[in-house]
Ligand binder design. Structure first.
Ligand SMILES: [Zn+2]
Ligand SMILES: [Zn+2]
Length: 556
């Protein structure tokens, strides 16, 4: 293999933003895709359920794209897989739990039988295409079975950490394979790509096991209350510890929320969670037990609108009602952007008389991401020639770059990249060179893609000013008005309080139609445009608002 060949690293998501992590590695005639995640929509995207990376570059080069390799099973790393596979059906490699979670998704989208899934273990090396050998390395994170990847190519090795922390006392499984990082460092690491989420925090991230003691204390001190704990469904070790405390204090556990039930099922089936017999009960059975015999583990730690905890808080849950005296523990920190919804949920729970424990009060949550000292350990073990911080907003990437500089990596060897900007790596060079199409694709329900700017603009318009529908029936023969016009308003003004306005609007609509017909302008487009503009002008003069005006003309 020619030494002058270059490895292209193409970030398609996850840089200068939170979420939708995806990076393409291109060497010779092969491309592999590392992670395939989604992001949650901003407030200014009404009706959008999720945001996924633009993969048009991969579609254009589809004959080269050989496989997806996964670091772990979080949504920001696997959430876009079903949408990706609808465009490019390629094999996927990942650890057992990661693949168990991918399977759940593929089932939902009817893609399971069409997709080749390869389960790997820490230490496995898989050959992909003619240029890549991908090695899976055990790490610790807030989901079990997380991996870092060493991507071996003829011009050198790139180590990608995935999301990680260094946990010397993990709940299940083993500690991150630091020795492996050291070996790779000795053999020579051309570039290190390391996650930056917690780079602003000094010191070390606490071990997951510390949370267990806090749960025990809470269970001990609230022995006569019902306990409801909200956490991430994918945080299997957290759920395990809640179950352990419940068992120690003689309580039954019920799961609430679809993802909580399905992830727990996969985790138990694959042996990542061990539950003593007769502890788990169905949510339908909670009525059979007294409050002090129960723990409900629920989704909704981020205040998600449709989640179980949010429904409980707003009395919209079919099976669980919040009662005075319930203890609700929120065992998570808000992802940036979710502070407001979670705060609404907490307020609502307090109003119902529940006692709420959340992050600022107790040690009921630890992060899954490395703090500064852990990031330094990885830098010092791998001793990379080039450094590329990933997984973070610009300020995180910048701080991580500064940290690496302090560790002795020359600033000219550090690249703070961006989505769509190609990083070109040679044995003795690393630089930004060129761009590929990149950006976001908006997903609305199970569909994908066609929610363009026009649809978003309409939704914003509707959300801000509402809609006026004008319905009229006209004669095909002479264009006379047979019934209507009726004016229906939604989200604009409350009709009963503004009957005068609506009556005037009807008159304006009738005038506009009759005027057009008298001038023989009776094609539909002209009639509709006339209606729209005369009504919009009228409503704006009266209310200073511009609702969407939607004329419906029926001809008989
Ligand atoms: Zn992540
Ligand atoms: Zn993660």
């Amino acid at each position: 293999m020619a030494k002058n060949q270059k490895l292209k690293i193409i970030p398609l998501g996850g840089l200068n933003e939170i979420g939708k992590n995806m990076t393409a590695f291109e060497f010779g005639g092969d491309i592999i895709v590392l992670d395939c995640g989604l992001a949650f929509p901003d407030d200014d995207m009404p009706g959008i359920d999720m945001v996924i990376p633009d993969i048009s570059y991969l579609i254009k080069n589809q004959s080269k794209v050989k496989a997806i390799v996964l670091t772990h099973g979080h949504e920001d790393h696997i959430g876009a897989i079903p949408y990706f596979l609808k465009e490019l059906n390629i094999p996927i490699f990942g650890s057992r739990l990661t693949m168990g979670l991918v399977e759940l998704k593929l089932k939902e989208h009817n893609l399971l039988s069409k997709t080749k899934l390869h389960r790997v273990r820490a230490g496995d090396i898989v050959k992909i295409g003619s240029g890549f050998r991908v090695e899976f390395i055990r790490t610790n994170h807030s989901i079990p079975d997380a991996m870092a990847l060493a991507i071996h190519t003829p011009i050198g090795t790139v180590v990608h950490t995935g999301d990680f922390k260094v946990d010397c006392t993990p709940i299940e499984g083993q500690m991150i394979d630091l020795a492996k990082f050291g070996d790779l460092g000795k053999q020579g690491v051309l570039a290190l790509m390391s996650e930056s989420t917690n780079v602003e925090r000094p010191g070390y991230t606490m071990s997951e096991s510390t949370v267990g003691n806090s749960f025990d204390d809470l269970f001990r001190n609230h022995g006569d209350q019902r306990i409801i704990v909200a956490t991430f469904a994918s945080n299997v070790h957290r759920v395990q510890q809640i179950i352990n405390s419940a068992y120690r204090f003689g309580r039954k556990v019920a799961f609430s929320g679809r993802s909580m039930e399905s992830v727990a099922e996969v985790a138990m089936l694959l042996g990542y969670m061990t539950v003593p017999e007769n502890v788990i009960i169905s949510i339908d059975e909670i009525k059979k037990y007294r409050p002090n015999q129960l723990v409900i583990i629920t989704t909704g730690s981020q205040g998600e609108a449709m989640s179980a905890l949010t429904r409980m808080a707003f009395s919209d849950h079919k099976k669980v009602e919040i009662n005075r005296g319930d203890l609700v523990i929120i065992s998570a920190t808000p992802i940036p952007g979710n502070e407001k919804p979670i705060s609404n949920v907490i307020n609502e729970l307090f109003k119902k008389g529940a006692e709420v424990v959340y992050r600022s009060l107790e040690n009921i949550h630890v992060s899954g991401h490395a703090c500064q000292e852990e990031l330094k350990i990885i830098l010092s073990l791998t001793k990379p020639k080039y450094f590329i911080p990933v997984h973070g907003e610009f300020r995180h990437l910048r701080q991580h770059a500064l940290l690496a500089e302090k560790m002795g990596i020359p600033s000219k060897n550090i690249i703070v990249g961006d989505v769509g900007k190609v990083i070109e790596l040679g044995p003795n060079s690393c630089k930004l060179n060129g761009t590929v199409p990149s950006g976001i694709v908006l997903v609305d329900g199970l569909g994908v893609g066609d929610v363009g700017n026009i649809v978003l603009r309409d939704r914003k318009h509707l959300a801000e000013d509402g809609i006026i529908v004008v319905v009229v029936t006209m004669s095909k023969k002479d264009g006379s008005i047979l019934s209507g016009p009726d004016v229906i308003s939604r989200g604009f003004v409350y009709v009963r309080e503004s009957e005068d306005l609506m009556d005037e609007a009807k008159a304006i609509a009738r005038e506009s139609l009759e005027r057009a017909v008298s001038k023989n302008h009776n094609d539909w487009a002209t009639l509709k445009n006339g209606l729209k503009s005369s009504l919009s002008d009228f409503l704006y003069t009266k209310t200073k608002r511009k609702p969407m005006v939607l004329p419906v003309i029926m001809e008989v």
